[in-house]
Design a protein around this ligand. Structure first.
Ligand SMILES: [Fe+2]
Ligand SMILES: [Fe+2]
Length: 400
């Protein structure tokens, strides 16, 4: 039996059975009007569609219709998209070419630093500061260019590029959280150095393709302490950076390592590090697995309760987008498209490039569409599994 209840869209939760919106059908973001909400990205799209109220079927919902507001908890993802602190002083394409140069320099400098550490030599953390300045400048020019580009890695440079990626993501996230110049610099340095302890691991364990044995995993779990020790030996006195190195694998519910810290006992910078670190790790291609779709990764991270600080994760989503560049999406017209650029004020309506018909499977002429000005004519109806398509083609569409 159907039991309809009208609630505010911001009160929607995963597990609720959505039974339509109270507003014009064309304005709602889904091609189906009734379905069980199981995907965090769908929940987010609903919350940001611009409609105020919706109907849920409580008889078919797996989640009771009490709201988080009633439970006295903070509503996740309810901030209006207009609060995004995006920097787009320079166009995405223009900044992409500069970001490419920075990536190359940063990878080489990080590789050199890891090699010094591997040889047991002290490193000079201050030598990283000009690089952090360049990264910060690029993020200030266009916050999406570098943080998208750093996702592209090869097997050989994974460890170094991962450090550069976490550095760039930390700077962009720090800016989004309103941190000052010093805070952004600490965040960047912490990102660049967070995994330095991996230089103390045997290379065959670090680069092992496939599952680690229990003993190998125990060894890998010691890298935060190894990194902290290396930085102390190198006379790094920045407590915030040391803390991120030691605590970027802690989880909000206390199930992380090495110390099992909980909640606010984990510093803000380390909570930021945890989000940036995991996002980059799961979206990157590895020898033994292709990277996850960026939008899918955001949805998965939202569903891992107890892992991340929700406020930090929400700010992170505003930083990279709900559909980050490189995400594969299906449009209302049936076209498949790759997200190429964000619209900071409308994260569910990025700029995309269509390239394939999902109905016929045939190539269609590549066309750039700004979904924020496409009106009702076109919009995202869902994510598309990336593994069915040529990853190199998808990346070439947005990164050139
Ligand atoms: Fe790590
Ligand atoms: Fe890491």
């Amino acid at each position: 039996m159907t039991q309809l209840k009208k609630i505010k869209v911001v009160e929607l939760r995963l597990g609720m059975f959505l039974h339509g919106f109270d507003g014009p059908w064309l304005k709602h973001p889904f091609w189906r009007s009734t379905f069980l909400l199981t995907q965090a990205a769908d929940l987010l799209a609903a919350q940001q569609c611009g409609l105020d109220e919706c109907w849920i079927d409580t008889a078919r919902s797996k989640q009771e219709a009490t709201t988080d507001t009633e439970k006295g908890q903070a509503l996740p993802l309810a901030e209006p998209p207009g609060t995004v602190q995006a920097n787009v002083a320079v166009s995405f394409e223009q900044e992409l070419s500069r970001a490419r140069l920075i990536c190359g320099q940063a990878r080489d400098a990080t590789a050199a630093m890891f090699n010094e550490a591997r040889l047991g030599k002290a490193i000079n953390p201050d030598s990283c500061l000009p690089l952090i300045e360049e990264i910060t400048q690029s993020v200030s020019n266009n916050s999406y260019a570098l943080i998208s580009l750093v996702r592209l890695k090869t097997n050989d440079d994974y460890t170094y590029m991962h450090s550069v990626a976490v550095c760039a993501l930390m700077v962009a996230l720090a800016k989004n959280l309103g941190m000052d110049e010093n805070g952004c610099r600490d965040a960047g340095l912490a990102g660049l150095l967070h995994d330095l302890g991996k230089a103390s691991l045997p290379l065959d364990v670090l680069n092992k393709p496939g599952k680690l044995s229990a003993a190998e995993y125990d060894m890998v779990k010691r890298h935060p302490q190894y990194g902290h020790d290396l930085l102390v030996q190198s006379k790094l006195s920045n407590a915030a950076v040391l803390d991120v190195c030691l605590h970027h694998h802690e989880k909000i519910d206390g199930s992380g390592y090495p110390e099992g810290l909980k909640g606010d006992d984990i510093s803000l910078l380390s909570r930021m590090g945890a989000v940036c670190d995991v996002y980059d790790a799961i979206t990157s291609n590895r020898a033994y697995k292709p990277g996850w779709d960026p939008a899918d990764s955001i949805a998965q991270m939202l569903s891992w309760h107890g892992h991340f600080d929700k406020k930090v994760l929400n700010a992170f989503i505003k930083t990279v987008g709900i559909y980050p560049s490189g995400s594969l999406v299906k449009l209302r017209s049936g076209a498949l498209a790759v997200v190429v650029e964000q619209n900071a004020s409308a994260l569910t309506k990025p700029i995309v490039k269509i390239f394939l018909s999902s109905n016929s499977g045939a190539r269609i002429p590549i066309e750039k569409i700004d979904l924020s000005i496409a009106g009702e004519r076109e919009g995202i109806v869902g994510r598309e599994p990336r593994d069915k398509y040529d990853a190199a083609l998808i990346d070439a569409l947005w990164a050139g």
